[in-house]
Design a protein around this ligand. Structure first.
Ligand code: BGC
Length: 720
């Protein structure tokens, strides 16, 4: 028994049942009139953690400033006045930033720069810990194939490797090397599991996921989070094929603990335990509590079910006290690992955020994706006369995105302010209009454009239509903004669209009116600065899509790692695509992995050291490596994310036509070439069978290397 376990057993032995159940109870920050009641509960040992949030969907409800004194006072009561003196753990949704806001996670994933993401999360952890927050409910690891789902913004898109890379980066960034440090928070991998598969993108709705799909697509990111040391996991709201995750021993214990090896504690999502009643699985709160705890759900967020019923469940003999003890052990262990017993209080200090903001800007620049650049319209010369038009010209709040709980709109520069800083001293001009698309604005636009060299349209979707419980059926931008775009194009001027969006949007009927498109997501505190850097060429775009951009919403689901139909028809890869739908072109507008630069890259032929390796040797660590030269053939120093996909043409189960298995973001100075090597081994060349066992099969594997998932540069290897 290690030291922590020993201490946990000593404490546990002295705790009453009432107190034990208290450790599993997580109420929300109370309204001012209920503060005294909460303090009394803390005093009696009835609370283990506080959810520092107001409202049911903290990502979209306004949250007040944090009072460190208030939380220190609650902690003092817990430590000094509660029966066992166990410190509280304070948790908050620090999803993609604290005071400094990073791009929405889907945008961050587009950077493919996971080292940078890790560093940015270290900054965020420092800021949040300095505001009493020990525990953040991030990373959100829900693979999503449906952009109608508002929460697609919070994840890393449609690919398991990108999801796993994000999981590792965020967990390491948040938790650091030393969990007890004053700049380290506990991470929480959520929402376990399958929440992103909600039917029709309708939030909270049912998911239908086979075990084959679960192991190959939905679990890898959680596995990566566990391997990176995530100490907590949040269970998800949804059912999977008739089973609610909240009361599922299969998902919460057998797979999470048994298969993935998780050894921390599980917290429910908001009100999940009580939700078992309307889900038709429990008759009352007592049954719901017992079922969830027995399934492996340790801490009950918000609904107070455990607090109200678990004591009775044990006393009546319906629930074994050993199950309660095990959950309490897990919670206490994590509190000790975090060092809360030694350092329960927040000792606030001044933080200089200059570097945090600089890193947030660098990440925002790398997150933006250049989708189109006809005639190399971008970058713009700094003396360009620009008509800057659209509802996002003077916008601050939407640039931060949903799930911005502590970032401040008033501290967020607008695009107009940032562009004026560059244009002013360089003889350029910004004629700005925050037109929203009203008919008189549209009619007057040609006048506004006279004397300008180019129109830059700052358009997109508001943060309010993204995030939790914000599904939309039409993934587009408002009609009025499309009208603005058309009018601008009809004026004969060149049109640059800067699209601030929280999700992939259907680009047919939009992209055709743009000469250039910068897909800027909601890129955080430094969004405007980053976009300005890119527009004027002070930075070169390098973002790549972590998710497919469909032409029309009616083509959803459309994702790249799809299996072959077996018929000579395939929408994504354009085999007889005309037969997919009679009435529209079903290929993606822009495929997974796609993104342009101001420069161009030439990929050299791929050289393989060995094209055949025995299965045993692979198992023992041998790898196939692929080397090629990457030449920057344009005028700008730039970064390119090189991608390696595999396809197993004959296997026991149907395998996807392409699967991303390796990537690297490489910097190449203009005119130069670098040799790049990507490799795959045992862990990349197999897949999971429906029972969860991993298999690598003998035979041929096709390898595709290039700039996005449609690359045709092919090699072939053989596993002997
Ligand atoms: C969301 C979680 C969040 C929790 C606490 C829930 O509604 O689904 O992602 O962490 O609220 O705010």
């Amino acid at each position: 028994m290690n030291n922590i376990d020993k201490r946990v057993e000593e404490i546990l032995a002295k705790m009453s049942l009432h107190e034990k159940i208290g450790q599993l109870n997580q109420p929300q920050t109370p309204l001012p009139e209920q503060t005294e009641k909460l303090k009394e509960m803390v005093r009696r040992g009835e609370i283990g953690s506080i959810l520092m949030a107001v409202g049911a969907t903290a990502g979209n409800d306004p949250q007040g400033d944090i009072s460190v004194d208030f939380y220190n006072e609650l902690q003092r009561i817990a430590v000094e006045e509660s029966p066992s003196g166990i410190p509280l753990i304070f948790g908050r949704d620090v999803i993609h930033g604290h005071r400094t806001v990073l791009p929405i996670p889907l945008g961050m994933a587009a950077s493919f720069n996971f080292d940078m993401i890790e560093k940015c999360y270290r900054d965020i952890a420092e800021e949040a810990m300095n505001d009493s927050i020990h525990w953040t409910f991030t990373p959100m690891l829900d693979l999503a194939r449906d952009p109608r789902w508002g929460r697609i913004i919070e994840g890393a898109g449609e690919d398991p490797l990108v999801g796993a890379s994000m999981a590792k980066a965020v967990v390491r960034g948040v938790q650091g090397d030393d969990l007890t440090a004053r700049d380290s928070m506990l991470a929480c991998a959520k929402h376990y599991v399958g929440y992103g598969a909600a039917e029709g993108g309708r939030d909270y709705h049912r998911a239908e996921i086979s075990d084959y799909t679960l192991y190959n697509y939905y679990l890898p990111a959680f596995h990566a989070a566990v391997k990176a040391g995530a100490k907590t996991v949040m269970s998800s709201f949804n059912e999977i094929s008739g089973e609610a995750v909240t009361s599922s021993r299969k998902y919460l214990t057998d797979i999470l603990r048994g298969y993935l090896g998780f050894d921390g504690f599980v917290v429910s999502d908001y009100g999940c335990v009580e939700q078992l009643i309307p889900q038709g699985l429990a008759d009352n709160r007592g049954d719901a509590s017992r079922m969830a705890l027995e399934a492996g759900l340790d801490m009950d967020m918000w609904d107070g079910c455990y607090h109200e019923s678990l004591e009775k469940e044990v006393e009546s003999g319906r629930l074994d006290i050993a199950v309660v003890d095990e959950a309490v052990r897990r919670v206490l262990r994590v509190k000790m690992m975090k060092g809360l017993f030694e350092h329960p209080y927040c000792d606030q200090h001044e933080i200089d955020r200059t570097e945090h903001l600089a890193r947030a800007r660098a990440l925002a620049r790398e997150s933006v994706v250049l989708l189109k650049n006809e005639g190399n319209l971008l970058p713009l010369r700094k003396d360009t006369k620009i008509a800057l038009i659209g509802p996002y010209v003077n916008e601050r709040r939407s640039l931060l995105g949903s799930w911005t709980v502590d970032g401040k709109a008033e501290e967020t520069p607008t695009l107009r302010e940032e562009m004026a800083k560059v244009a002013g001293p360089n003889g350029g001009q910004i004629l700005a209009s925050s037109a929203s698309g009203l008919s008189y604005e549209i009619a007057w636009m040609p006048y506004a454009l006279i004397g300008c060299d180019v129109a830059v349209l700052a358009i997109g979707e508001s943060w309010v239509v993204t995030g939790e419980n914000k599904a939309v059926s039409n993934i587009s931008i408002p009609e009025e903004q499309i009208a603005l775009l058309k009018r601008a194009k009809m004026s004969g001027k060149k049109v640059v669209a800067v699209l601030f969006c929280g999700r992939p949007i259907a680009l047919e009927g939009i992209a055709e009116y743009c000469d250039a498109i910068l897909y800027a997501w909601h890129t955080g505190s430094e969004a405007a600065g980053a976009v300005t850097d890119l527009l004027y060429g002070d930075a070169v775009p390098s973002g790549k899509l972590p998710v497919t951009m469909p032409r029309l919403a009616t083509h959803i689901p459309l994702y790249y790692n799809v299996t072959s139909s077996g018929r000579p028809v395939n929408c994504y890869y354009n085999q007889n695509a005309g037969n997919c739908y009679f009435d529209s072109i079903p290929t993606p507008y822009y495929p997974f992995g796609y993104g342009l630069s101001y420069t161009t890259f030439a990929y050299g032929d791929v050289r393989t050291e060995k094209d055949a390796i025995a299965l045993d040797a692979l198992k023992a660590g041998a790898r196939f490596s692929f080397t090629f030269s990457l030449r920057n053939t344009g005028e700008y120093d730039a970064k390119e994310t090189v991608q390696l996909y595999i396809h197993d043409p004959v296997a026991k189960m149907m395998r996807p036509l392409r699967e991303l298995k390796a990537f690297e973001k490489v910097f190449v100075p203009k005119g130069e070439a670098v040799d790049v090597t990507l490799s795959v081994g045992y862990d990349e060349l197999g897949y999971f069978l429906p029972d969860g066992s991993y298999t690598v099969e003998r035979g041929k594997i096709e390898i595709y290397i290039g700039e996005n998932c449609l690359t045709s540069q092919k090699a072939e290897i053989c596993i002997l």
